[in-house]
Design a protein around this ligand. Structure first.
Ligand code: ADP
Length: 659
């Protein structure tokens, strides 16, 4: 500007904008940006843009006065002449120079400008290059810094990785060690499992053997029970007749026996009774041990029990000159639910032992509420749930070493003493088993020479399941009795009245395989005014019953072939015979079972004279009751009529009710 005497000037450089090259204002000479055009031009825009586009120097003279101004401290003037020069590097526009002067630019000046523009363009270009270089340098510095950071990060990561790798190596090492340990324990395990398999095999073999043994044992125990049942039946059958005959002989009805003979018969009777008791005891024990004892729990009144003991044992105690007291203590339970018969059986044994083994002094029975539990481990029975019955005597007592053994079967404290006192040594064994069956126990306190106290403790209500209810009963076992036993009696033919029966006779049918006893019964019948039919087998009995329709049937339970229960069932199933009263007889106390099966009553063998009288008394009663009454209650008239017609017979009076 100085050389050309220009008063104002501006330089624009090309920038590569996003929308194409743009000429940006880069600097000015005496330029006043507030009033002069500055900013940017696109190619072809304005004089500046045009010079860049056509790459030519433009000279303007006498431009309008408002175009460029020369501003000084004292005022301002408008330039009149303008030159616009494109700055080219190898035909490429890098910028535009604009100068304004008051005087027109002459040719020399224009040439100077054209040449100077090339130098200027080179300077701009190199400045641009430097700038780009600086930027690139800065960028590369920045990148190198970033690289440095990344490198640092990488190093850190590397270190971490190294640590991890080390940890991995460590755990790999550990794993390897563990694997080795595992290998070892695997081998041990395999060894152990082999051992286990061998043990299992051994165990299985042992279990198999045990099972076999158990089966053998069960079979042996079954055979034992069966044998005992058979044996006691075989023993009791002749005893039954023997006792009955001895008893009637001892009564000496015809007065033809001498006193010694009567005494001898009494001895026979007493010995027979003892034998029978022994057989009953053995059978009782066998049944209990085989778990075949049936319990019949019911309400038992303590006062009644005490009364019965008082009545039964007072005479014996009096005879021995002993004091005898039965006391129900205050606070004792009034009643309990248990098998009354079994309970009484145990008590009778304890009291009769107490009297037997006491020569002087007294025997006392006290009923009281139990103070200690039957069994501490058995939470079901708390102390107050039990009745305690203490039987105390002032007898010979028992030495401590015998306290356990006397409860074993056939064990007596002293053979010598026992011979003096008599007995079999079964009573306490049976009593203890029965006490257990009732859910209780027997305790003993005794001192030789001072006396003994046997205490029976029983729960007030059954705490144990009643065993043997479903099993094969001893009666069933008797059904399978030995063949020879069956044939021995079945062949017997008993002379009876079958040839002389008339229509209006009172007819009794006796079914009994013991020929002698059957004969006794036949004789008794004719004494009592009955005609009698006798059968020794169930089959024959049934046939006779169906043929003759007797007034009553006396039926033995164990029979060869079909047993008494089967005969009873067959009679009750047959419309023609179901009304005939049946009375059962057997060595077992099967009264409950008999009534359940619709028998009118049951007599337990041995049948003594008193029982025989009672039995025939009942039969006579029934036979004399000519007319029986039946009440039919049925709301449907048609049905009621049908029933009445069905049961109406000459000796049945039928009453009807419809509600
Ligand atoms: P048994 O009385 O028939 O011999 P038990 O089994 O009833 O059989 O009794 C076994 C034994 O226990 C008796 O022989 C006797 O030695 C002893 N014993 C039982 N009760 C008493 C008692 N009250 N006093 C002394 N000894 C007794």
């Amino acid at each position: 500007a100085g050389r050309l005497d220009a008063k104002v000037g501006a330089v624009y450089t090309v920038d590569q904008g996003t929308g194409g090259p743009v000429l940006e204002f880069a600097g000015g000479f005496a330029f006043s940006p507030g009033t002069d055009p500055s900013g940017s031009f696109e190619l072809g825009e304005g004089l500046v843009g045009q010079a860049a586009l056509d790459r030519r120097l433009h000279v303007l003279r006498d431009v309008p006065s408002d175009y460029l101004r020369i501003v000084s401290g004292t005022g301002e003037t408008r330039v009149r002449n303008i030159v616009v020069v494109p700055l080219l590097v190898e035909e490429r526009v890098v910028g535009v120079l604009e100068l304004g002067s008051l005087l027109p630019f002459d040719n020399v000046q224009q040439r100077f400008l054209a040449q100077g523009a090339a130098i200027l363009a080179g300077a701009v270009e190199s400045a641009r290059g430097r700038e780009a270089l600086a930027a690139a340098l800065q960028q590369s510095q920045q990148l190198s810094e970033e690289l440095q950071v990344q490198h640092e990060e990488l190093r850190a990561t590397n270190e971490e990785l190294e640590i991890h790798a080390q940890a991995l190596r460590d755990s790999e090492e550990r794993l390897r060690a563990q694997q080795e340990e595992l290998q070892v324990s695997n081998e041990e395990l395999a060894e152990k499992s082999k051992l286990l398999v061998r043990r299992n095999d051994d165990l299985e073999r042992a279990t198999g053997m045990l099972e076999e043994r158990a089966q053998e044992l069960a079979a042996a125990s079954r055979y034992k029970s069966q044998f005992l049942a058979n044996m006691s039946h075989e023993l009791r059958t002749p005893l039954n007749s023997l006792l009955l005959l001895a008893q009637s002989l001892a009564e000496n009805p015809q007065g033809n026996l001498a006193d010694e003979q009567v005494e001898a018969v009494r001895v026979i009777y007493d010995s027979g009774r003892d034998l029978l008791n022994l057989i009953n005891d053995i059978l009782d024990l066998a049944k209990i041990e085989a778990g075949r004892t049936e319990l019949h729990p019911g309400l038992v009144t303590v006062d009644d029990l005490a009364d019965r003991l008082r009545m039964s044992f007072r005479p014996e105690a009096d005879r021995k000159g002993l004091g005898f007291r039965v006391e129900v203590a205050e606070g004792a339970p009034a009643s309990l639910v248990t098998d009354g018969k079994r309970l009484e059986q145990v008590l009778r044994n304890l009291v009769s032992n107490a009297i037997k083994f006491t020569e002087a002094g007294e025997v006392e029975v006290v009923f009281r509420r139990d103070l200690g539990a039957v069994d501490a481990s058995d939470a079901a029975s708390s102390p107050s749930d039990c009745l305690e019955i203490a039987v105390r005597d002032t007898g010979i007592g028992i030495v401590p070493e015998h306290h356990e053994i006397i409860f074993e079967a056939f064990h007596q404290a002293d053979g010598g003493i026992t011979r003096r006192y008599g007995g079999t040594g079964l009573g306490l064994a049976i009593s203890r088993e029965l006490a257990r069956l009732l859910g209780g126990e027997i305790r003993l306190r005794s001192e030789p020479g001072v006396g003994s106290t046997f205490t029976l403790v029983v729960p007030l209500a059954p705490t144990v399941a009643v065993p043997g209810q479903e099993g094969v009963g001893i009666a069933d076992l008797q059904g399978n009795r030995l063949e020879q036993a069956a044939s021995r009696v079945a062949t017997g033919v008993i002379p009876d009245d079958r040839e002389s029966i008339r229509a209006d006779d009172r007819l009794l049918l006796v079914v009994e395989d013991d020929v002698r006893f059957a004969e006794l019964l036949v004789r008794k019948c004719s004494e009592k005014g009955f005609k009698c039919l006798a059968a020794t087998t169930g089959e024959e009995g049934l046939e006779l019953a169906r043929k003759h329709l007797p007034s009553a049937v006396l039926l033995d339970i164990p029979l060869p072939g079909i047993d008494g229960w089967a005969v009873l069932a067959a009679l009750k199933e047959d419309m023609r015979t179901r009304h005939i009263p049946v009375h059962t007889i057997s060595a077992e106390d099967a009264g409950v079972e008999a009534r359940r099966r619709a028998a009118i009553g049951h007599t337990t063998k041995p049948v003594d004279l008193a029982k025989m009288e009672e039995l025939f008394g009942r039969l006579q009663d029934i036979a004399e009751r000519d007319v029986r009454s039946v009440l039919v209650i049925e709301d449907r008239t048609v049905d009621r009529r049908a029933i009445v017609e069905l049961i109406a017979e000459k000796d049945i009076s039928v009453h009807e009710a419809d509600k």
